[in-house]
Design a protein around this ligand. Structure first.
Ligand code: DGJ
Length: 688
């Protein structure tokens, strides 16, 4: 038996000879009428010495009971610990429009593999296990997919606080690459993404596959080259995250993409899927407002006078949403106290937040507020009243002076729902910055389930409120959290040089509309680096734009630059947010370049960020991508005034627009003026 599913430009086909189904094809979309029996036959391997007499299929859940020589997709036991090695028989399918469920059984256990072809062009896959008695699970993988053989490397993502989203290029070798996020968050360290490029794949050409595990509580990934050379990838919860016997277990959804147009095909599919399916927008037509966030301007030192003046300046620069960060509640004068006590600090705010919010609204801005609901300081009324509400061992070290609340407990969630809801009901708040600043003391899916429940209840009770996921910057960025939030704080590092690279790599997975990016102070608070305003502003304008410096401390000249870039962002944000970010194959490693292409292909903007001194004297040509070769485009350098004094030649773009075909722009590319480090060239393009 065989089945086939198509999503966008990709096809997934499955087959079974009576056991668990296996993938018989994953790749570019097959022609209608492809003979699936022939496809299954073509996927069958030979045997040779050193092998058992029948090759176990690489099924959607490789089984330990079938002498499978690699990592099994299920490790389970009876409730008393007696190991189980079920050997499943395929039973039946259930199908609905765009959805296929493959159901197999063994020893009173039913294993269901759900596959959904999403309208956004991705597949989502989930494994559900149901037993007729309580059993224990130590590993359950989402449906297991084969990894390409015509490939030398895999690319996964690593980061740390203030240096998120770094791409690891790891060579395939016999054996496993194991990654496990055991911090209770999707994590800075091992965010749950994997790209599998084939030979010759670049940003703009070649074939690639990619997987994203849509879960915020940490994950385990096994990418394995089996002794026989086949390759598999498994994603699931970290080991030990399902500590209780139960009758039902389900993995999170695995999002799968195949591209024939290089890494940009992966990026475009993930970006569209996040924006158009995963995120549920309170008001989809609302332009992404320009943020002002006060954290790096004043930290915990809140006064109405300072914040009112800051709000005046931010509004004059073009801000549309004012976010009051940490420090407004309990006795929160530093990070040692008060998390959990979600009542206004009357020393700082004798009349509550009403005067500030009234002022912010009088300036035409909406108001956002910071919370960190899952956390508690030992020095808090909440902890004194409920020391038993903590997650993990009684005797544990704190992280940023804080402990974690056990969100698997209904009374804890009820308390948090009531406390956060009371603030949202009293004040006109359209945005929460939801922080999560410490690593969890234990790994347990129940904590992420509890957090999701709290998000869902607050969303239902306050449907107009947008939420940002922040976890010391980018510590909780995944499709599980984005199904409940609307923006991610990519990093606490807003040094534009760092951000340029970070957001460029994050664009492989994240659309512009959810990726918060702010203009920081002249001297970055996390690196000390000093950067010109034009560069800081243009880098932030590549994504969901905002400011985070103290606007009282910027010069008139810098304010003028910032006002201009803000106006540009407002004029262009709608088509940019609805479009695609396409990474360019820059021939110069000191240039990080991308295009943002409108949905209808009618316009684009190219950002080329000069991050360091070039090796050669002259800029190398930059090839565009995603254009119609036959169409003609007018390209205009938006900011020729940012050229350095040493730029003294006749570069055409400095003097005005050029009109060229898509073929010329993509084939030969464009020559930009020479640039100092920390220059962003902005080239606007329009199809004629
Ligand atoms: C960590 C966040 O990433 C910062 O942006 C800020 O909100 C602080 N927490 C506040 O404590």
């Amino acid at each position: 038996m065989q089945w086939r599913m198509d999503a966008g430009g990709q096809t997934l086909a499955f087959g079974t000879d009576g056991g668990l189904p296996a993938v018989i094809y994953w790749g570019a979309r097959l022609p209608e009428g492809e003979d699936l029996a022939q496809l299954a036959a073509s996927a069958r391997h030979d045997l040779t010495g050193g092998m058992i007499d029948t090759l176990p299929d690489l099924t959607l859940t490789p089984e330990s009971g079938r002498v499978f020589a690699g990592q099994p997709g299920l490790i389970c036991a009876e409730a008393d610990g007696t190991p189980l090695h079920p050997v499943f028989r395929f039973d039946r399918t259930e199908a609905a429009e765009g959805r296929l469920s493959l159901i197999s059984t063994a020893q009173g256990i039913t294993l269901t593999h759900h596959i959904t072809a999403q309208a956004t062009g991705v597949f989502t896959l989930q494994t559900v296990l149901e037993a007729d008695r309580d059993i224990r699970i130590s590993w359950l993988a989402a449906p297991v997919l084969p990894a390409p053989q015509a490939a030398e490397t895999m690319v996964d993502v690593h980061g740390r606080w203030v240096r998120e989203f770094h791409l690891n290029h790891v060579k395939w070798t016999p054996g496993i690459r194991l990654r496990e996020a055991r911090t209770g968050r999707s994590g800075h360290e091992h965010p749950p993404y994997l790209i599998l490029p084939e030979f010759g794949c670049t940003n703009t050409q070649g074939a690639a596959y990619a997987l994203h595990y849509a879960w915020s509580g940490g994950h385990r990934m096994v990418a394995e080259e089996l002794p026989d050379g086949r390759r598999q990838v498994q994603f699931g919860a970290p080991l030990g995250a399902e500590p209780r016997p139960a009758r039902r277990f389900a993995t999170a959804e695995l999002i799968a993409v195949h591209s024939q147009s290089g890494l940009n095909g992966i990026a475009a599919a993930f970006q569209a899927d996040t924006r158009d399916r995963v995120v549920t927008w309170p008001n989809p037509g609302r332009p992404r407002p320009v943020h002002y966030n006060c954290w790096e301007a004043i930290y915990f030192n809140h006064t109405l006078a300072d914040l009112s003046e800051i709000a005046d300046r931010a509004a004059a620069l073009g801000a549309e949403r004012f976010v009051l960060d940490d420090g407004w509640f309990g006795r929160r004068d530093d990070d040692t106290t008060s998390l959990g006590d979600w009542t206004i600090d009357r020393n700082k705010w004798p009349e509550g937040l009403h005067p500030l919010i009234a002022h912010v609204k009088s300036l035409g801005m909406t108001f956002g507020l910071w919370f960190e609901p899952e956390m508690v300081n030992p020095d808090s009324d909440l902890h004194r009243a409920h020391p038993d509400w903590m997650l993990g061992p009684v005797d544990q070290v704190t992280g940023r002076n804080q402990l974690v609340l056990d969100l698997s407990r209904a009374e804890v969630r009820d308390y948090l729902f009531t406390a956060v809801s009371a603030i949202l009901a009293e004040y006109d708040i359209d945005y929460i910055k939801w922080d999560h600043n410490r690593l969890l003391p234990v790994v347990d899916v129940a904590q992420a389930d509890g957090a999701y429940d709290l998000f869902d209840r607050l969303r239902a009770a306050h449907p107009g409120v947008e939420i940002e996921s922040c976890a010391s910057g980018g510590g909780r960025i995944d499709a599980g959290i984005l199904a409940r939030t609307h923006r991610v704080w990519l990093s606490d590092c807003i040094d534009a040089e760092e951000r340029l690279r970070m957001q460029h790599d994050a664009a492989l997975f994240l659309p512009s509309c959810v990726t918060g990016s702010h203009v920081g102070a002249f001297h970055s608070h996390t690196t000390g680096r000093a950067l010109p305003m034009a560069f800081r502003a243009w880098v932030a304008a590549q994504r969901h734009f905002g400011f985070e410096m103290d606007p009282r401390k910027i010069s008139d000249a810098d304010a003028a630059v910032l006002r201009e870039v803000t106006a540009w962002y407002k004029a262009n944000r709608d088509w940019m947010m609805a479009g695609r970010i396409l990474r360019l194959d820059s021939a110069d490693p000191t240039v990080t370049a991308e295009m943002q292409l409108a949905k209808d292909g009618g316009r684009f903007v190219l950002f080329a960020g000069q991050n360091a001194q070039t090796v050669q004297i002259l800029p190398r040509p930059l090839r565009l991508t995603g254009l119609d070769p036959a169409a003609r485009y007018r390209i205009t350098l938006r900011n020729p005034g940012d050229k350095p004094p040493q730029s003294r030649g006749p570069n055409a773009l400095k003097d005005g627009p050029l009109v060229l075909s898509g073929a010329a722009l993509m084939g030969q590319g464009i020559l930009l003026p020479v640039a100092w480090p920390a220059t962003m060239w902005v080239v606007e393009g329009e199809r004629l």
